[in-house]
Design a protein around this ligand. Sequence first.
Ligand SMILES: Nc1ncnc2c1ncn2[C@@H]1O[C@H](COP(=O)(O)OP(=O)(O)O)[C@@H](O)[C@H]1O
Ligand code: SF4
Ligand SMILES: [Mg+2]
Length: 425
Amino acid sequence: MMQPPKTDSTVAMKAGDTLLSVRNLNKHFPIKDGILQKVVGQVRAVDGVSFDIRRGETVGLVGESGCGKTTLSQCVAGLTDPTSGEILFNTGQGSQLGDGDRIDKLPKDRYRTFRRNVQMVFQDNFASLNPRQLVVDIIGRPLKVYREASGSDLTERVVALLEQVGLGRQHLYRYPHQFSGGQRQRISIARALALDPELIILDEPTSALDVSVQAQILNLLGDLQKERQLAYLFVTHDLGVVRHMADRMITMYLGKVVEQGPTETVFQQPAHPYTEALLAAKPDLADDPDKPFALLEGTIPDPARPPLGCRFHTRCPRVTPSCGWEIDDIVRFLEADESLFQSLQGVERRSARDADLIFKDPASAVALQEAMKSSSVPEAMRAATERLTVEGSRLRATFSEVDEVQLTERGPEHFAACKLDHLSR
Ligand SMILES: Nc1ncnc2c1ncn2[C@@H]1O[C@H](COP(=O)(O)OP(=O)(O)O)[C@@H](O)[C@H]1O
Ligand code: SF4
Ligand SMILES: [Mg+2]
């Protein structure tokens, strides 16, 4: 099997070196409103994320739909600019990553090295493969753009790439629609390989495929990784795939990393209740892709107004009084009770944890006060309530102050952001 030569920088580096480092990355999307399109809020799609990827390793990135996986991937691939934070890429200038390796500060030639060394494969290969282009042009394009090859040499390079992904010369002059989903994903992978990258970001690469085809693509990715010392950032909501593929895994929830560690450690001993809940469904490769999250109750909160404290506190089965209870939790509770919610007229906030809820009548204020002392709200929420008094049609509510939840070390390379030191079983 023909293989393009590795770049010098790859040869010089030993396996295990940090290839890419993401530091305190934020990507916020402004929410605009009205004729003047005033910015009225921010969707905090990625909110303070840090992690490393080493040469030749697979890092799995998991979390429910909407938690920011695609946005993070696009930042890492240089396809979109982050709002703040840093992405460092080792372009072979030395083994230690430093400020000079920030992708937004790289000189032109090293930026080109970064761009060709980080490639992306998407789930929706219908959208990412131009339907009017022949396979030879789709896969040959990066080689042309980077002036790597032309003419018959280019065609032969494309044939070699097709062969690497289990296709061949007979596929050169066909259009994407003439292939099956699995074959189209092979074409996307061949295109990603064209410039001999060191890192490929795979965003749900097998989620749209049948189980048997999925396994073939995963095997292909495994083989290519061994042959080419590739690093993968493997984005998926399928934990079975992560266990099969990833050396280390990262769990994201509402824009934040809540746990990261060696895959087997996290599977054996999850340290964050969110990861634990994802794992509780014991998903495997044959499962329905939507099943892993079936055990988690409640809806994912709006990333434009993420919950205070631990963002998972609105759904956490192990929630404690110090997980970040706030006035919005009362509002969320009220939203579920139509008649009480109807009589709510306004909320006067002194802080996120301290406010007056104003009702149409005193009876409603008392009804909420009673409800909040009963088992209709979580015990932890009751325990976190410092004040709950009624004055006329006002309910004054105050929750106790708590610190932010930080990622803390739980073992070698294992970190979790949870108030609980360990999850007793
Ligand atoms: N271009 C955009 N403008 C505004 N909001 C966006 C944009 N792209 C993504 N989002 C929002 O950012 C959040 C994260 O989205 P995404 O990264 O696609 O999550 P995932 O890939 O984990 O499903 C979602 O709430 C999504 O609606
Ligand atoms: S800090 Fe831990 S226990 Fe508290 S809500 Fe978050 S995940 Fe649950
Ligand atoms: Mg996505």
